[in-house]
Design a protein around this ligand. Structure first.
Ligand SMILES: [Zn+2]
Ligand SMILES: [Zn+2]
Length: 99
């Protein structure tokens, strides 16, 4: 009986694993609700609160600016978690725009 149960369980788990993978691929990211595109080389930033990913240009953050961000809050999480936290700039005294 134990063997039968474990066989059934492994089949069920296998099927679930497949369907979970499909769900994960269809998950929508960012404020623009776009599925993950592995070929997309756009810069993305990770929200530390909702664990979602956002396109830099959708949330108005450039890749360069992101290096100063220690803990990013997306527009939704900003409302309860407060704004993104910046790193304390010790070695780099000023954020100099190149132009
Ligand atoms: Zn986006
Ligand atoms: Zn968030």
């Amino acid at each position: 009986m134990d063997l039968q149960v474990s066989t059934e369980m492994s089949i069920t788990l296998g099927e679930d694993g497949v369907s979970m993978e499909v769900v994960a691929e269809e998950q929508l990211y960012c404020v623009c609700q776009t599925p993950w595109d592995a070929n997309n080389r756009r810069f993305m930033i990770h929200c530390d609160h909702c664990q979602n990913w956002f396109h830099g240009d959708c949330v108005d953050i450039t890749e360069k600016e992101s290096q100063w961000i220690d803990s990013y809050s997306c527009p939704r999480c900003e409302k309860f978690a407060g704004p993104s936290k910046c790193k304390i700039l010790r070695t780099y005294t000023v954020y100099n725009k190149e132009r």
